[in-house]
Ligand binder design. Sequence first.
Ligand SMILES: *Cc1c(COP(=O)(O)O)cnc(C)c1O
Ligand code: SF4
Length: 455
Amino acid sequence: MRTVHDRGASDAPAAGRRPKLRAVPGHRLAGLPQLAGADRRLRHEIEVVAAVLPFKVNNHVLEELIDWDRVPDDPMYRLTFPHRDMLPPEIFDRISALLTGGAPRERLAEAVAAARRALNPHPGGQLEANVPRLDGRPVPGLQHKYRETVLLFPAQGQSCHAYCGYCFRWAQFVGEPELRQSLPGPASALEYLRAHPEVSDVLVTGGDPLIMSTARLAGYLDPLLGPGTEHLRTIRLGTKALAWWPHRFTTDPDADDLLRLFERLVAAGRQVAVMAHISHPRELAAVGVRAAVARLRSTGAVIRAQAPLIRHVNDDPRVWAELWRDAVALGIVPYYLFVERDTGASSYFEVPLARAVTIYQDAVRQVSGLERTARGPVMSAGPGKVCVDGVAEIGGERVFVCRFLQAREPDRVGRPFFARYDERATWFDQLRPASFERRPWFGAGAGLAEAPAAV
Ligand SMILES: *Cc1c(COP(=O)(O)O)cnc(C)c1O
Ligand code: SF4
């Protein structure tokens, strides 16, 4: 496959050629021509898993990102295509039997609904928690967990160009309406932000907010330049568009308008940060990305790269080292290496914290200082963003050295704390205080039950 260095300064599609977006939904994946020569069993497995979990790819993913010679082990394929191990065996077998036996529609739908309920669509209650109030009324589609940062979830941005198998938004992608928490329009967000001068950062997220037209996005962002918003210094956009559809920034009909929007925000003194979800270096080497990055940077926006560590996709220090090197070569700043959350097909993708620490450290050692700006492995947990800095031995006890990068209670930020080393732990709630930690880590108001005191 290509690397980022194989491309010249401009790799935009030739003038006058506009790549046209074609989306392929989950139920059509098994019938794709690229899989025509594949094992029949593989295609059946795709069908079974896609009946339960949401999938979607587009022509960029199919034609530029997946290496079909390496399927089914190719990392981009693993990231976006159904795999039988994504479902617990008993669920897989039940749905498989119903499909093979030609069960009536309603019976299949019932089994699918039951399977989805069993797969934890609400990780950590994040969407329902942290919803702020304005004059006593909740403002759905807003989250205010950290003093200086407010998250906006515009309703029209609650989708994505392609779906990562681990996406914690999957309940929304399968359209369960009670799980949707989104902003119908900019008015309530603007009112809330005006009333909160302590907020400096607005983070527009989704799904992917860049799935919205520029006109819609401008409807949310232009008001942030109006009176009463002077305390907002930074506008971040969490997006996978650079990886899934780089033409959003180059040849799409409203790409130029998007760049003008960013220029307006920058000219008004705001930092525009494009928080690009980049899972694998191959995403940066694909056609159109170099041109998209150059155009974005020309607006004064800063692009930062972040992604979770995902088994079968990027659980290899060489992949992260290459990703960070290539990102910096393009002018993208590495930001976070996340730990994947406990939702959906999580056991298929999860990597134990102990291994995540090793992968992070081995990757960091391979790159230069400027390429070491990503922090990780980081968990976005109830009380805050926890980074596992390493493993140490203290007083004969093996521990994880942890630190809050962000916390509901700001005075916790930066303070190290220690957890018992646990080779199998994959998430914060499985960690226990080291035996020498006198107090439980988290007091009242931390948002999580207190960790049990050490015995
Ligand atoms: C990561 C995150 C933020 C942003 O945190 P930074 O450390 O400022 O990048 C804000 N809100 C939530 C809920 C987050 O998970
Ligand atoms: S890019 Fe983000 S929003 Fe889109 S499917 Fe992946 S994790 Fe979900």
